[in-house]
Design a protein around this ligand. Structure first.
Ligand SMILES: CC(C)(COP(=O)(O)OP(=O)(O)OC[C@H]1O[C@@H](n2cnc3c(N)ncnc32)[C@H](O)[C@@H]1OP(=O)(O)O)[C@@H](O)C(=O)NCCC(=O)NCCS
Length: 167
């Protein structure tokens, strides 16, 4: 299993914000980030993950969670799973003030590069059928719809599209 030994922290990723010119940094999510991450999660998603869910991800050996910080501000975050031979994107979100600057594209590029380095050759995710901007992002990386999970988002009565990409 590709676990925490991937040691993402050793290779901090940087990105120049095209709007402000500031350097944003992506690094592993830490307990200190959770207040901001949960606030964003609640602002962004109709059925937000609770704090416990993020804490469980921080504990799980196969799970790697990341934050993109603009100084002390969390601008984006993601939860990813590096399993035996597959990658799963469990959560990704960019604060709306930071959107359409290429941040999610940069994060996805980094994750898929990490997969290739770890010898992982398939990536999976689920996305709401109505989430056109996310679907467009994933298609850009070669993800295709492989199935539908009916009523996956029960409280909103919405299906999930399963998408996969060979790396
Ligand atoms: C989906 C989501 C993660 C995309 O994040 P993002 O950082 O805005 O994505 P990007 O900036 O990389 O790409 C989005 C668009 O910005 C454009 N863009 C990228 N850099 C840009 C720049 N410098 N100037 C202007 N536009 C730019 C991209 O071309 C893309 O446009 P398009 O959709 O017309 O092709 C974000 O909208 C979000 O957090 N949504 C809510 C949470 C969510 O739905 N998560 C997915 C769950 S499955």
């Amino acid at each position: 299993m590709a676990s925490k030994h991937l040691n993402f922290a050793a290779t901090l990723r940087k990105f120049t914000d095209p709007v402000t010119g500031r350097i944003l940094e992506m690094r592993c999510m830490a307990l200190d980030d959770l207040d901001q991450v949960c606030l964003l999660e609640e602002k962004i998603f109709p059925s937000p993950w609770p704090l416990d869910a993020f804490m469980a991800e921080l504990m799980a050996t196969y799970s790697h969670s990341f934050v993109v910080r603009d100084g002390k501000v969390v601008a984006a975050y993601a939860v990813t799973w590096f399993l035996d031979e597959e990658f799963h994107l469990s959560n990704i979100a960019v604060d709306d003030t930071y959107r359409k600057r290429g941040i999610a594209t940069w994060m996805m590029t980094e994750f898929l590069q990490m997969c290739r380095k770890a010898g992982i050759n398939i990536a999976h995710l689920e996305v709401r059928r109505s989430n056109k901007s996310a679907i467009k992002l994933y298609r850009k990386f070669g993800f295709n719809v492989t199935g539908v999970r009916k009523n996956y988002y029960e409280s909103e009565h919405e299906d999930a599209l399963m998408m996969s990409c060979k790396l």
